[in-house]
Design a protein around this ligand. Structure first.
Ligand code: NAD
Ligand code: UDP
Length: 333
């Protein structure tokens, strides 16, 4: 198939581009590089052996999108493009709603104009808010406490309305848990601008001596060791989940929300210990107060992905840490 990846130069998009290319699909990246680097293109060429096709444009440019969908005979779209930092979304809500919500509407208009109806959307476990029970299944009530989360919820609802209005739509909203890790080559990975907000890139930079110490936000949660628990999933497993979703949409119509996680929860201290083992480095840390807005624990029920997509995550925590370590050693950020 010919697949358009909006936001395809980003962290998850670039890994998905590799997975799609190795499965024989033709990939077109569409990105404005607001949160990614053009150097990803050379890395993708080295990994896949072919020069990636990349359109540098904004997802809110409906006319350009429609032109690209037509000229590349696109069969399905995976919509990664968006802004994703929770704290920044509170400071810049208009930018977040414009890029995330308006960007998705622009994509839907372009798809409608070209008669294309197969769409995989990057949603997030953030749509579950503070979990009422664990593991979280897709029937768990949804809520949001910040503009980023609300943008994901709004988009999911818009997509569900589209599917209700027209039976041609085939839409999978993939609710990612905590993507970490990197491609085994070390050539692509997560490269946050400035100070990382997320745990894994922060731990990696402490292990590499680029940041002095980790602050562990809270050690008084009701979790086995008192620190926050999350469902960390290797980005290549996540990438392969998109392939499975595309296959699913070839025979399923309507709107589907599906968790992509491992079903396993790991604490902050589990992550520190695994990273130390993978890197052979010490990760010095201090306990600090809880981070505002954080939840104690969050992990997925993964039966729906297994039943519908015939997909499950297979890479373990050691592989997640080893690949992150390999990537950080080969990058300068
Ligand atoms: P990323 O920032 O690395 O990738 C997003 C890409 O979209 C970037 O390359 C960026 O340049 C591009 N982009 C942003 N605005 C654009 C616009 N207006 N037009 C064209 N391109 C634009 O982020 P990621 O981690 O790869 O996340 C991809 C998607 O998955 C996002 O929608 C994000 O909200 C979602 N998600 C990510 C996580 C995570 O922890 N990484 C978790 C859940 C959901
Ligand atoms: N965390 C931490 N120190 C950091 C960054 C994160 O202790 O510098 C903790 C955070 O409180 C949470 C877990 O690590 O319990 C995962 O945080 P992350 O921001 O990666 O993911 P999210 O909270 O968005 O699921």
């Amino acid at each position: 198939m010919n697949i358009l990846l909006t936001g395809g130069a980003g962290y998850i998009g670039s890994h998905t581009a590799v997975a799609l290319a190795s499965a024989g699909h033709a990939v077109v990246l569409y990105d404005n590089f607001v949160n990614s680097s053009r150097s990803v293109l050379a890395a993708l060429q080295t990994i896949t052996g072919a020069q990636p096709v990349c359109i540098e444009a904004d997802v809110r440019d409906t006319a350009r999108l429609a032109e690209v969908l037509g000229s590349h005979s696109i069969d399905a779209v995976i919509h990664f493009a968006g802004l994703k930092a929770v704290g920044e979304s509170i400071e810049k809500p208009v930018e977040y709603y414009s890029t995330n919500v308006q960007g998705t509407i622009s994509l839907l208009q372009a798809m409608q104009a070209t008669g294309l109806h197969s769409l995989v959307f990057s949603s997030s476990a953030t749509v579950y808010g503070d979990p009422q029970y664990l593991p979280i299944d897709e029937a768990h009530p949804t809520s949001a406490t910040n503009p980023y989360g609300r943008s994901k919820l709004h988009i999911e609802e818009i997509l569900a309305d589209c599917a209700r209005s027209d039976a041609s739509w085939r839409i999978a909203c993939l609710r990612y848990f905590n993507p970490v890790g990197a491609h085994a080559s070390g050539l692509i990975g997560e490269n946050p601008n400035g100070m990382p907000n997320n745990l894994m890139p922060f731990v990696a930079r402490v292990a590499a001596g680029r940041l002095p110490r980790l602050r562990v936000f809270g050690n008084d949660y009701s979790t086995p060791d008192g620190t926050g628990v999350r469902d960390y999933i290797h980005v290549m497993d996540l990438a392969e989940g998109h392939l499975a979703a595309l296959d699913f949409l070839t025979h399923a119509s309507g709107w589907h929300a599906i968790n992509l996680g491992t079903g396993q929860g790991h604490s902050v201290l589990d992550m520190v210990r695994s990273f130390e083992a993978a890197s052979g480095k010490t990760v010095p840390f201090d306990f600090a107060p809880r981070r505002p807005g954080d939840i104690a624990a969050c992990y997925a029920r993964v039966d729906k992905a297994s039943d519908l997509l015939h997909w499950q995550a297979r890479r373990d925590l050691a592989t997640m840490c080893q690949s992150t370590w390999h990537h950080i050693q080969s990058s300068s950020t």
